[in-house]
Design a binder for this molecule. Structure first.
Ligand SMILES: [Zn+2]
Length: 326
């Protein structure tokens, strides 16, 4: 239905009118929450955990595993005294440095505990003690800047959510043939996230982490927030089945086709919502123009408007990408 909403002001007006029921209800609307509730958090413990992981990696033989290099101000603040205080943190994180912040349970559960305000629940005693001991140093030398950067990011996202959030949420659900869950989505904004600049855990609940200092995330922060939300259930539940069916029928060989569908759906919903001048991430990142992805993304562009379901779009794009056009 959102193909009708070419005009943003019309879309917003229709959304408002759709929400303002003419029926007089005597009971509060308590059962259905079709649109997302984002809980944007600026938490020093979660920020410190991510800073510690990246700083420890920067000091190790490994490369910094993130698109955000250590910030100049953080390098300047890392004086000899601070470096001395950080040594136990490095030692505590050393066993984790080869692990993924998203896919490795030991690191994931540290972030989950911290995001719950449950420092005692951090499942690694050495990390827990090191974070506690280093927190005063972090608060003196790093946190005020990190807090300010994340606060600025959050204000910008909240402004966008106020203006466009409901329209975007409806469009995205439409593109994904999905629906929003009723639980709020916790979103931690931190200076350093992971190698991708943002990531989403799905268990035990939808939990998004985004970098406030990644230029590409900043440029696309509204789209990225919804992209990450599309990794949660039930909104993104249809993606893998749609991709798997298309691959099985067409023989398309494209890694993580389901994720390409997600990039295209979230980027397209963002452009429809923010206006045609908005360039989605799949455009600015070169996915639309550079092989090996260009064939697939150009197929999305060609077929998306000709079909109404995610399954049909995934199938038609895979067919086209394979050169099988009726
Ligand atoms: Zn993703």
């Amino acid at each position: 239905m959102f193909r009708l909403f070419r005009n943003l002001s019309m879309a917003v007006a229709m959304m408002i009118s759709a929400c303002a029921t003419t029926e007089v209800s005597t009971t509060p609307a308590e059962t259905v929450q079709p649109l997302p509730k984002f809980e944007l958090a600026n938490d020093p413990w979660v920020a410190l955990h991510h800073y510690a992981y990246h700083q420890a990696r920067a000091l190790s033989d490994m490369k910094v595993k993130g698109r955000v290099p250590m910030l100049d101000a953080d390098i300047a603040a890392f004086t000899l005294d601070v470096a001395k205080a950080f040594e136990p943190v490095s030692a505590a994180y050393e066993p984790h440095l080869g692990s993924s912040l998203l896919f490795t349970g030991s690191l994931r559960w540290i972030a989950v505990a911290l995001s719950h305000g449950d420092l005692e629940g951090v499942p690694d005693e050495a990390v827990k003690q090191a974070l506690k001991d280093f927190m005063p140093v972090y608060q003196e030398h790093f946190w005020p800047r990190h807090q300010a950067d994340s606060a600025r990011f959050i204000r910008s996202v909240e402004d966008d959510l106020t203006a466009y959030g409901d329209a975007m949420a409806s469009r995205l659900a439409d593109h994904l043939d999905g629906e929003w869950g009723t639980d709020p989505l916790r979103v931690d904004i931190v200076p350093y996230a992971n190698w991708a600049g943002a990531y989403t855990g799905t268990r035990p609940f939808g939990h998004i982490t985004m970098s406030a200092n990644d230029p590409e995330i900043n440029q696309h922060k509204f789209e990225m927030l919804f992209h990450e939300a599309s990794h949660t259930s039930p909104l993104g539940d249809q993606l893998e089945a749609a991709a798997d069916a298309a691959i099985a029928k067409t023989g398309l060989e494209f890694p993580r086709y389901w994720h390409a569908l997600l990039w295209y759906a979230s980027g397209t919903a963002a452009r429809e919502t923010l206006g045609k001048d908005y360039e989605p991430y799949y455009v600015t990142s070169g996915r639309l123009t550079n092989e090996p992805s260009a064939t697939v993304y150009q197929a999305f562009e060609a077929v998306w408007g000709q079909h109404d379901t995610l399954d049909a779009r995934a199938m038609a794009a895979a067919d086209l990408a394979m050169g099988r056009v009726d």
